[in-house]
Design a binder for this molecule. Structure first.
Ligand SMILES: Nc1ncnc2c1ncn2[C@@H]1O[C@H](COP(=O)(O)OP(=O)(O)OP(=O)(O)O)[C@@H](O)[C@H]1O
Length: 265
């Protein structure tokens, strides 16, 4: 099967001699080229899920496949790109040298990239900054560089763990539209963790809403907003209706059910 598939995935971590469940029986699917968003309260296992897809560690139970292959194989074949909240660039290397790094690490094993590092630097809007050091870039520019680096080995899947969480609201929207544009060109399957409902709805084809203790999916929503998505999308009544649906799914899991009407101000 192409795309990403998780079937009945669970993960427990040992704590004080006991196995504490972080994720329980999570199943989800994304077709190749789709954009998925994970949203849910702190500690519900979103980063854990991303790390299992990236083969940082294995599930306690269940099965994960990326274009039909297990994560271990996908990682070995360098089919996974990862973007973290912090850009994690090497400070002594220039933008171009940071973007090139994965190809250097791959050495002879590296495939011929679909796009050269120079093209990717242009694609993420950093033309003219090829030789700048990370310290000479804003936070948003550093994240663009990290996105280019994640894409340089032409991965089958791009995993993003709150990539724009440290940016101010306006910069975050700018980065959202940049990422939408970049993805429209590369068509890479993507899975992003976010705490922003608006960001999830703007970016995703499919949103997975999580609850905590143990982490599990409580609702899957398909976002049928047309692409390309633009600033005007934020004013589309359907956009706001989906934001409302996600908000309700998140609020309904709180211990004291919130009175939605009382929240109207
Ligand atoms: N390596 C680990 N060892 C032990 N426990 C872990 C490990 N990684 C995560 N956990 C536990 O798993 C649970 C889920 O953590 P995770 O970081 O995946 O949640 P999250 O939804 O990404 O949270 P946040 O939104 O705050 O980033 C937490 O209870 C955490 O303490």
């Amino acid at each position: 099967m192409s795309g990403l598939s998780l079937q009945h995935v669970s993960k427990s971590f040992p704590l004080a001699g006991q196995a504490v469940p972080a994720l329980a029986d999570v199943s989800l699917a994304l077709e190749a080229g789709q954009f998925g968003a994970l949203i849910g309260p702190s500690g519900c296992g979103k980063s854990t899920l991303l790390r299992m897809v990236a083969d940082v560690f294995s599930p306690s139970a269940g099965q994960i496949t990326i274009d039909g292959a297990p994560p271990q194989q996908a990682r070995r074949e360098h089919q996974i790109g990862f973007v973290f909240q912090e850009a994690t660039l090497l400070p002594w290397r220039s933008v171009l040298e940071n973007v090139r790094l994965p190809l250097e690490v791959l050495g002879k094993a590296g495939r011929h990239p679909a796009r050269s590092p120079e093209e990717l630097v242009r694609l993420v809007g950093l033309a003219g900054y090829e030789h700048a050091r990370p310290s000479q870039l804003s936070g948003g520019m550093q994240q663009r560089c990290a996105i280019a680096r994640a894409l340089v080995a032409s991965p089958k899947i791009l995993l993003l763990d709150e990539p724009f969480g440290a940016l101010d609201e306006v910069m975050r929207y700018r980065m959202n539209f940049e990422l939408l544009r970049i993805r429209a060109e590369t068509r890479t399957t993507a899975l992003m963790v976010t705490h922003s409902i608006e960001e999830a709805v703007l970016m995703a084809d499919r949103i997975f809403v999580f609850a905590a203790r143990p982490g599990r999916i409580i609702e899957t929503l398909d976002v049928d907003l047309p692409r390309p998505r633009r600033l005007a999308t934020l004013h589309d009544p359907r956009f706001n209706a989906i934001v409302d649906q996600v908000r309700r799914a998140l609020f309904d899991q709180l211990p004291q059910a919130l009175d939605h009407e009382a929240l109207d101000v």
